[in-house]
Design a protein around this ligand. Structure first.
Ligand SMILES: [Zn+2]
Length: 296
């Protein structure tokens, strides 16, 4: 059967390798419980190759911690509602500025801009649709999910994507490591796997801005192969591979009872609308989320 649609070329078709990264945590520079140095050490022990510390209203410099196996990227959770994270930011925008101006201020510094915990911030789709320089949104925030039951924003993501905005999905810890807070919020709950050709600050920033990554709380994609109108994935053992587009079309590939899946593909009959994205669900109920793969 000849399909009438075609996907955009995928960043995963280029040469590269996977690295583990996180871009949402706090230190003693704001309301976190540990120093930047101890926080970096904790993340490195969890196998992270890249980290941005996102203290409230100030850039926490960690690029001096970079070496052959780790890259620190100076970052910030800017402040203001709704809030925005700047990865590779140099200075905050005034918190009383409108959202679009705060995002623009960070983007002008070359930062990768991520809308922080959208559900916690009670955001509706129009808020993100009107901000061209907003590059990504947190689709999963572990702290908000565990402490406030409002850390998931995948439905909002689909609505924004469905209106035509190109916006990547990011998962983050929002770790505070602070026993004085009502909820401790730990490291290593949700992270990015970035596909990059170059283990450098700029290589990672380019990968982020081109959507060359996926988000996860555990399951891993090994391959996301996009060719013309076909998508095939391979992954760690999972019980569901969920194929999603905008609207009433969709497909869940279930593993047989007491078994698992390690690969899946877009079904022949699946007619996507605007984009396709893929979610993995493992036997512990943990999710991974690919970025949207857009139709040409
Ligand atoms: Zn935060």
């Amino acid at each position: 059967m000849k399909r009438k649609f075609k996907f955009e070329p995928s960043p995963f078709n280029a040469p590269g390798f996977w690295i583990k990264a996180g871009f949402h945590c706090h230190t003693l520079n704001s309301d976190g419980g540990m120093t930047p140095e101890a926080t970096v050490k904790k993340y490195r022990q969890l196998g992270y190759h890249c980290l941005g510390i996102t203290d409230h209203r100030q850039v926490t410099p960690i690029e001096s911690f970079s070496d052959d196996t780790f890259i620190g990227i100076n970052s910030i959770e800017n402040g203001g509602t709704p809030d925005v994270i700047g990865v590779a930011a140099t200075e905050p925008a005034a918190v009383n500025l409108p959202f679009i101006d705060r995002v623009d201020h960070l983007a002008e510094q070359g930062a990768f801009t991520i809308a922080a915990h959208p559900t916690y911030c009670a955001v509706t789709p129009d808020v993100y649709l009107s901000v061209p320089n907003l590059m990504a949104m947190e689709i999963y925030n572990a702290y908000c999910n565990e402490a406030y039951a409002n850390g998931i924003a995948t439905e909002l993501w689909d609505m924004v994507l469905g209106q035509g905005k190109r916006i990547w999905g990011v998962a983050g810890d929002d770790a505070h490591l602070n026993r004085k807070k009502r909820y401790y919020s730990d490291t290593g709950k949700a992270w990015l796997a970035i596909w990059t050709e170059s283990f450098s600050r700029n290589g990672i920033l380019t990968a982020l801005k081109t959507g060359s990554f996926y988000s996860t709380c555990g399951p891993t994609f090994q391959v996301i192969l996009v060719e013309k109108s076909y998508i095939r994935i391979s992954c760690s053992p999972v019980c569901e591979v969920r194929w999603r587009t905008f609207g009433n079309v969709g497909f869940v590939d279930y593993a047989p009872h007491n078994q698992w899946l390690v690969e899946s593909q877009l079904p022949e009959w699946f007619e996507p609308n605007i984009f396709v994205r893929i979610e993995l669900v493992d036997h512990d109920g943990k999710h991974a989320w690919s970025n949207p793969i857009f139709l040409q």
